[in-house]
Write a protein that binds this ligand. Structure first.
Ligand SMILES: Cc1cc2nc3c(=O)[nH]c(=O)nc-3n(C[C@H](O)[C@H](O)[C@H](O)COP(=O)(O)OP(=O)(O)OC[C@H]3O[C@@H](n4cnc5c(N)ncnc54)[C@H](O)[C@@H]3O)c2cc1C
Length: 414
């Protein structure tokens, strides 16, 4: 969080009366126990007021930096505020990897997991799906430890928490042996070949601008041991120089391309740690629909392409595997994620967001919890089969509404 106490995009000024950076978990526990209203903040990369509070805003970046790799269980336990980029470099040095990463490594583990953040890969789940355990400070200041093996179904309700169940202090994540990736950018994919593109590599992202029927760029991230793509892959051509997904932005901000093999954490994100991710001046929205209706959902958006294109920097299509996490946008369904990087002009963007939501309504779209959306609370409740269970958990763990925000009150009435 910058000194202006705004989010990364600058469109949200936090309303908190006080800011804290506890140095120990005991200090945090006393703070939470004594607070009337409190929220945790990670690296502030969310685009809406989900992470805001009128009370106390707490950054956990001052807690001791620990790193516990358990080679027998294939997990790593890290402090909540750890950035994925820092964790990845450390894991890689020990011969391990995470199965996937988001487009940027700048975000905190707890903040990303709390909102269901994901990368792409039709057989790989979101970053939240790799969570094996959590430690959190609950409303009364107690320290609660939960894990996937012993806490089963309720645990599945606590991972994508929207920060509403407590302040997470440590997260345990599944790890896999380190691997290498080759990243190629291909140009001009036919929409009819979208499924084939997703199926052809470990992680595939497709970029479009809603100005042409063909999809402008495909970022193909292949395991290094996979057979190279044929020259005429799905009727596309190979980019002959590195690209940035947002036209006009410097490719140096992006991870290496042109098929040069390299470590997983230096290829799976599109953007490099230490450089501005995306355009740096933008709003974002994202909707998740079942993969099975991907073609119909995209065809429905064609009707509003002339509204989308003028306020769009780029649109990214990704595939995400189903998981069992109650509030996950990918709960129980393999998903197509339709992401919009908008211009940084809320007045121009919000009517287009409403038009997109209206066109996607027949496909039960689930919003990305940390991005700009305006779906009706009834629609959000209806598209999340475990909504009522989460509401029960929320009321039980935070009966006084200590972790609540206006946005949570709108979507999860008391
Ligand atoms: C340029 C850019 C690119 C992005 N790319 C992707 C992408 O590829 N895929 C994707 O899915 N999303 C993407 N996002 C969205 C981003 O992943 C989410 O907004 C994520 O939540 C950001 O993590 P953060 O640490 O900044 O969280 P914050 O914005 O700080 O917080 C998010 C939420 O988590 C809660 N929280 C944070 N820390 C804790 C804690 N310790 N305990 C309990 N609750 C906590 C907060 O209260 C808040 O509700 C992108 C965002 C940007 C700005």
């Amino acid at each position: 969080m910058g000194p202006a106490r705004r989010n990364w995009a600058g469109n949200v000024r936090y309303a908190a009366r006080r800011y804290h950076r506890p140095a120990t978990v005991d200090e945090l526990r006393r703070l939470v126990a004594g607070a009337e209203r409190v929220r945790a903040v990670g690296t502030g990369h969310s685009f809406n007021r989900l992470g805001d509070t009128t009370g106390d805003l707490v950054s956990l970046a001052g807690l001791p930096a620990t790193f516990q790799l358990d080679r027998d269980r294939c997990t790593v336990t890290v402090p909540a505020a750890t950035r994925y980029g820092d964790l990845a470099a450390r894991l890689h040095a020990q011969g391990y990897a995470l199965a996937n990463l988001a487009s940027l490594p700048h975000i905190s583990v707890a903040g990303a997991v709390a909102t269901g953040t994901h990368g792409s890969g039709e057989t790989i789940g979101s970053l939240a799906s790799a969570v094996a355990g959590l430690e959190l400070v609950t409303a009364d200041g107690d320290l609660l430890t939960v894990d996937r093996a012993s806490d089963g179904d309720p645990f599945a309700g606590m991972v994508v928490s929207l920060g509403a169940l407590g302040v997470v202090t440590r997260v345990t994540l599944d790890v896999v042996p380190a691997f290498d990736i080759r990243q190629h950018v291909r140009l001009d994919l036919s929409r009819a070949d979208l499924d084939a593109a997703f199926a052809s590599a470990y992680s595939v992202s497709v970029f479009t601008d809603w100005r042409a029927p063909r999809l402008r760029e495909v970022w193909v991230k292949q395991r290094a041991e996979a057979a190279p793509l044929p020259a005429d892959w799905l009727g596309t051509t190979a980019a002959d120089a590195p690209r940035h997904p947002v036209l006009g932005m410097p490719p140096q901000n992006c991870t290496p391309q042109l098929g040069v093999p390299g470590p997983w954490h230096e290829r799976l994100p599109h953007f490099r740690l230490g450089f501005t991710p995306s355009s740096g001046e933008e709003l974002q929205s994202e909707y998740h629909v079942p993969r099975a209706v991907a073609a119909e959902a995209l065809a429905a958006l064609d009707a509003v392409a002339d509204l989308i294109a003028p306020v769009l920097k780029v649109c990214e299509l990704r595939a995400v595997a189903a998981d069992r996490l109650w509030l996950s946008p990918h709960y129980d369904r393999d998903s197509l994620a339709i992401h919009f990087t908008w211009v940084a002009d809320a007045a121009a963007v919000l009517p287009v967001v409403a038009a997109v939501e209206e066109r996607l309504a027949p496909f039960a779209p689930r919003p990305h919890w940390s991005k700009v959306f305006g779906l009706a609370p009834s629609a959000v409740a209806a598209s999340h089969p475990r909504y009522a269970d989460f509401l029960g958990l929320l009321r039980r763990l935070d009966s006084a509404g200590k972790f609540r925000t206006d946005l949570l009150d709108r979507y999860f009435p008391r």
